[in-house]
Design a protein around this ligand. Structure first.
Ligand code: PEP
Length: 257
């Protein structure tokens, strides 16, 4: 972890309406204690339609829980039907926003240039992008996972200045491990996360690379998180399915126990 504060972020994907979101955050608020937040940053990433409800609850109960969105428009404002801008997310008190989740890349044809524009849009509104990178099964089987993932990293960081890149969070998510129950081994995850940090050092500086938090994502559960977090270059987890179960998510946040 190298002095970096761990981050556990729950990606709810397209689950929980705004009322269910309130019930879920209340469970998290009841379960998570001050000591948990001191040790680990905890965030939830609900659907857009839930964010206002989550904000209201977080503000009313002064929760330390952070929240954010699953996507951001690359555009500032205007005739972009169905999109949500960085300014709108910032106004709702979002801290984080996912950029380039594999499901966006796959089902919405997001390429590295668009992900790069979304990363820049996030920084423009002082949101912290959680940049998702990672290879599919065929690329892994062809042993091209490092070049593929580092290519996505470089594409997303094109012309992003160091003072912004220093703030980014990277999530290494091998696509074959997302929602499949097939978790990468800690060694496999470390190999790629370590390579990401090395590339950040080459692109920027060793000092910057040491500061950036790199998460692993892909079928993380309460009973496999500890082995993943034990690795030198893994600073947290992006959690999909297991983030919908408050007890399981809290267990993941308490990976040290
Ligand atoms: C994700 O969607 O980012 C993810 C890691 O999903 P899951 O934990 O369900 O594999």
């Amino acid at each position: 972890e190298g002095g970096r504060k761990p981050l556990i972020a729950g990606n709810w994907k397209m689950n929980l309406n705004h009322l269910e979101a309130i019930a879920h955050v209340q469970k998290l608020a009841f379960g998570l204690k001050e000591a948990d937040y001191e040790a680990t940053d905890v965030a939830v990433l609900p659907p857009f339609t839930d964010i206002r409800s989550v904000q209201t609850l977080v503000d009313a109960d002064r929760l330390v829980l952070k929240y954010g969105a699953q996507d951001i428009s690359a555009h500032e404002k205007g005739a972009y039907t169905g999109e949500v801008s960085g300014a709108m997310l910032a106004k709702l008190g979002c801290t984080y926003v996912l950029a380039g989740h594999s499901e966006r890349r796959e089902y919405h044809n997001e390429d590295d240039a668009l992900v790069n524009a979304k990363v820049k849009a996030a920084f423009k509104h002082e949101l912290t992008p959680i940049l998702c990178v990672g290879e599919g099964l065929e690329i892994r089987q062809a042993n091209e996972h490092l070049s593929h993932t580092l290519g996505q990293l470089e594409g997303a960081l094109e012309k992003v200045p160091a003072d912004q890149a220093r703030q980014i969070v990277i999530a290494y998510e091998p696509v074959w491990a997302i929602g499949t129950g097939e978790v990468a081994t800690p060694d496999d995850a470390q190999e790629v996360c370590g390579a990401i940090r090395t590339r950040l050092a080459e692109l920027y500086s060793g000092d910057l690379a040491d500061q950036v938090r790199i998460l692993y994502g892909g079928s993380v559960k309460g009973d496999n998180i500890a082995g993943i977090m034990a690795k030198a270059d893994i600073d947290g987890a992006l959690v999909g399915g297991a983030s919908l179960d408050a007890g399981e998510f809290i267990k993941i946040c308490r990976f040290r126990e």
